[in-house]
Design a protein around this ligand. Structure first.
Ligand code: DAH
Length: 344
């Protein structure tokens, strides 16, 4: 009996090392320590052990049994050694989790800034208008007074879309939200309405730019358009100043720099004093363009420029977000690094 016990012990301990996955470990358990296993199989032999040796043999039987059971448990809880399928500690999946409210998800910073901007412009009387991201060059260029030879239409600078069934105007991913100015005025004309028009349109735009700290092939703009009788450049400037104060605080400084856009006349670049990097002093940062809607654009959309005037603007939402929240690199907005997303 003692010999048989020694044999089961040494064979069992050797065999468990060869159990390399959950299946072979279970087969081992059944063969050695299961109810029909070899340890149980030895028990009936106890009755043949002479009375004076029963205590010693019984003790040895228990020893071998627990040695094999602990070997099995050690494998179960420590992982399978060279096993691949048994990797890692055993987890109690029924244990309640630790709830850390700091890591609850929330809306992406770009979406939050977009809502904040819409909210501010809503208070200034602007409604939200939308347009498609897949556009045609009629809306992206032609009606915005951008002539065929204009460098902005270069295929190198735009995502034109191959469309085998193309009829009429070539299609492209819009390169600016100014398209929505046109769509809004067209819709108004189609519905027989006249100005006032006061809309903002936030959304994605696409340009094949090389990605760096300030550029991306996809980014967001917010477009604004206000048309009525007698709208002037001073309305534009006061709207932008009110926006800047509402969003960046009463100390915010703005600057309009003379510029050129085909769809506005006169045109200006809109700058704000902003610290893009937290440890650097504020400097003038260009947030976008603006100006008085060019008479050609009004006319292309069926509005009489003698009766109606308006201003328009288009700002980069990423730029605004970076300035507001001190984000030094645009790529941080798209990498979805959880440490960044939790911080902003
Ligand atoms: N669409 C221009 C761009 O993407 C920005 C812009 C400039 C929009 C002047 C306007 C505007 O509405 O009036 O660079």
């Amino acid at each position: 009996m003692l010999e048989a016990l020694n044999e089961v012990e040494s064979q069992g301990l050797a065999a468990i090392k060869d159990a390399t996955d959950a299946e072979s470990l279970e087969a081992w358990r059944i063969a050695y320590i299961g109810p029909k296993g070899r340890i149980r199989g030895l028990m009936p032999m106890m009755k043949d052990v002479p009375g004076d040796q029963k205590a010693a043999v019984g003790k040895r039987l228990n020893e071998v049994k627990s040695a094999l059971e602990s070997a099995f448990e050690a494998r179960g809880s420590m992982g399978g050694g060279k096993s691949t399928k048994l990797g890692g500690p055993m987890l109690d999946l029924t244990e309640p989790g630790v709830i850390d409210t700091k890591i609850l998800g929330r809306r992406h910073i770009i979406q939050r800034v977009r809502s904040e901007l819409v909210e501010i412009f809503a208070r200034l009387g602007f409604e939200v208008a939308q347009g498609p991201e897949l556009e045609d060059d009629e809306h992206n260029f032609v009606k915005l007074n951008i002539p065929p030879a204009h460098p902005a239409r270069d295929p190198i600078d735009n995502f034109y879309v191959d469309d085998p069934n193309e009829v009429g105007s070539p299609r492209m991913l819009r390169s600016q939200t100014s398209t929505v100015q046109i769509r809004t005025m067209e819709k108004m004309a189609a519905e027989g309405r006249t100005p006032p028009v006061k809309i903002v349109s936030p959304g994605r735009v696409y340009r094949p730019d090389t990605v760096d700290a300030t550029h991306s092939f996809m980014f967001h703009q917010i477009e604004g358009l206000h048309i009525d009788r007698g709208v002037s450049m001073s309305d534009l400037k006061s709207t932008l100043l009110q926006f800047a104060h509402a969003y960046f605080g009463a100390d915010a400084e703005i600057r309009l720099r003379p510029s050129f856009f085909p769809f506005t006349e006169p045109s200006a670049e809109f700058d704000m004093m902003i610290a893009l990097k937290p440890d650097e002093p504020a400097k003038w940062v260009e947030l976008g363009g603006c100006g008085m809607v060019d008479p050609n654009v009004l006319q292309a959309c069926g509005l009489d420029p003698e009766q109606w005037t308006g201003f328009a603007f288009g700002f980069g939402i990423e730029r605004i977000a970076m300035g507001k929240y001190g984000i030094p690199d645009i790529r941080m907005l798209y990498e979805n690094d959880v440490r960044f997303l939790q911080r902003v």
